[in-house]
Design a protein around this ligand. Structure first.
Ligand code: DGP
Length: 113
């Protein structure tokens, strides 16, 4: 764990969050600044800075499966939803601990801003 990393501290529970799912390696919690009626973040518990830093792609698959399961549990599947991974500065990443955004409950726009 990187002790100064916000999402590492959320993963351990040191910083509170509204958790919606958890597995041995991953956790999902509601975004503090929701951009849609449903906005959940899925993260690895271990520190990984960005998608480009994943060393084990079984973790990538587990994160994506948890995002799918969260979308199902939140009732988003029939209407549709979006999963986003902002990566590094031009990708819009502001917290440098890998996270998948699960967004739903409104019509999404394309292209993204
Ligand atoms: P990104 O821009 O892709 O790095 O997204 C970072 C997200 O993290 C952003 O949507 C807001 C969210 N966020 C930042 N700080 C906190 C926090 O302390 N708690 C929670 N639940 N979410 C946070």
């Amino acid at each position: 764990m990187a002790s100064e990393c916000l999402f590492c501290r959320i993963a351990t529970g040191e910083i509170p969050s509204a958790r919606v799912a958890e597995s041995a390696r991953c956790v999902a919690f509601r975004d503090v600044s929701p951009q849609a009626p449903v906005h959940v973040l899925v993260i690895p518990k271990a520190h990984v800075s960005s998608l480009d830093d994943v060393a084990d792609d079984s973790l990538t698959a587990e994160l994506l499966a948890m995002a799918r399961d969260v979308a199902r549990a939140e009732g988003l599947v029939d209407r549709g939803y979006r999963v986003v991974i902002n990566t590094n500065v031009e990708g819009g990443q502001t917290v440098f601990h890998l996270h998948l955004h699960v967004l739903g409950g409104r019509r999404m726009q394309w292209p993204p801003g």
